[in-house]
Design a protein around this ligand. Structure first.
Ligand SMILES: [Zn+2]
Ligand SMILES: [Zn+2]
Length: 358
């Protein structure tokens, strides 16, 4: 199969031929149809988020169809099956979180999506308290496990999700990270009437639609001078759009930072009202500058959001078609993954970038 492989920090992905992977027990073999690119992929390329054992196929917003399933009883995640609610020992596919959503194993030919969270232990304190996004032994798709920038991928069936019909493959891919992480970040904001989004890219353009549907007023902050992104935000319904160096026209109840720029943190804290929440939505940020305590005073809250849980995925993928969330995508062939990533870095498309795998 063809695959785009990370070999070394600072080097572009390399197009290689690889054998089609063989699914282990509990895994599905998927024929990949589309895979989104994400800012996290840039952090991986730059070494800001390390890849422990290259070479590695990147890509963690995967849309594919089930080609085969691993034979036999899975051994991974045994603790979870012991502690879980839905398991009787006939296999991981019985989990309610499995691809079919109704607890049935995924069928051959069924379309599923694979997100960043690729495996959790089911045994640690985080897994046992509904916080598997913080699992101490978690494995992540496209970092610890080979991802979707390839013709085939294997994935743990418990982390494969049924996708809403009505979304073509390229349109569905950005739901799996940009959509999910944004949704989790929004929930960490509490119940804001006014919401600021710093960095109006893949995640923000999806989250803005959800927030508006929930009756929030959305304020979009882009790179200073990025008039295309500001126009896009207004088109989606933002009541205000401006540069990230500008104060909003009124104090905000909450703000989410998708731009990986630490200097935005004190700006966002000053943009929120007393009691307001600032959520950092990325996996990596440049260093935060020191700032006076007065920026945090009056019960302002500064926090991050990490990864996702399977519950986040189920809830968001059920919500998206109700809004309905529409994804704006720019599509590249698999072989042009490096160009897609360069365009993401340069802000050369609005919305999300997606690789098509024919
Ligand atoms: Zn991502
Ligand atoms: Zn765990």
């Amino acid at each position: 199969m063809r695959a785009m492989v990370f070999e070394e920090v600072g080097q572009p992905l390399r197009a290689v031929e690889r054998p089609v992977p063989i699914p282990a027990p509990g895994q599905l073999l998927l024929r990949v149809h589309a895979c989104g690119v994400c800012r996290t992929d840039l952090h991986l390329l730059d070494g800001e988020v390390p890849i422990a054992s290259p070479p590695r196929i990147l890509g963690h917003q995967i849309v594919g169809t089930v080609e085969a399933r691993g034979a036999g009883e899975p051994t991974m995640g045994a603790g979870e099956r012991g502690a879980g609610a839905a398991e009787t020992g006939a296999g991981a596919g019985e989990r309610g979180a499995g691809a079919a959503g109704d607890g049935a194993p995924a069928a051959i030919g069924q379309r599923v999506g694979v997100p960043w969270l690729g495996w959790t232990c089911g045994e640690c304190a985080y897994c046992r308290s509904g916080r598997e996004n913080l699992c101490t032994r978690a494995l992540f798709t496209g970092r610890d496990l080979d991802g979707g920038m390839a013709e085939y991928v294997v994935a743990d069936e418990r982390f494969c999700f049924d996708l809403p019909p009505g979304y073509p493959d390229e349109q569905a891919a950005p739901l799996l990270c940009a959509g999910l992480i944004g949704f989790r970040a929004l929930r960490l904001c509490g119940d804001p009437h006014t919401l600021g989004l710093y960095g109006f890219g893949a995640a923000a353009h999806l989250l803005a639609q959800v927030a508006l549907w929930l009756g929030r007023r959305v304020f979009a902050f882009t790179r200073p001078g990025d008039l295309a992104a500001q126009a896009f935000a207004r088109e989606l319904g933002a009541v205000w759009a401006g540069g990230s160096d500008e104060p909003p026209p009124e104090p905000l109840d909450a703000a989410i930072l998708f731009a990986p720029v630490g200097t935005l943190v004190p700006l966002a804290l000053r943009a929120v009202a007393p009691g307001g929440v600032v959520v950092c939505g990325g996996i990596h940020m440049s260093d935060l500058p020191s700032f006076p305590y007065s920026a945090l005073w009056e019960e302002r809250v500064l926090r991050s959001v990490a990864n996702l849980t399977r519950l986040d995925a189920e809830e968001f993928l059920a919500l998206a078609p109700l809004v309905p969330v529409r994804t704006r995508v720019t599509v590249y062939p698999l072989e042009e993954a490096n160009r897609a990533l360069a365009d993401l870095r340069g802000g050369r498309f609005v919305g999300a970038g997606v690789l098509r795998v024919p």
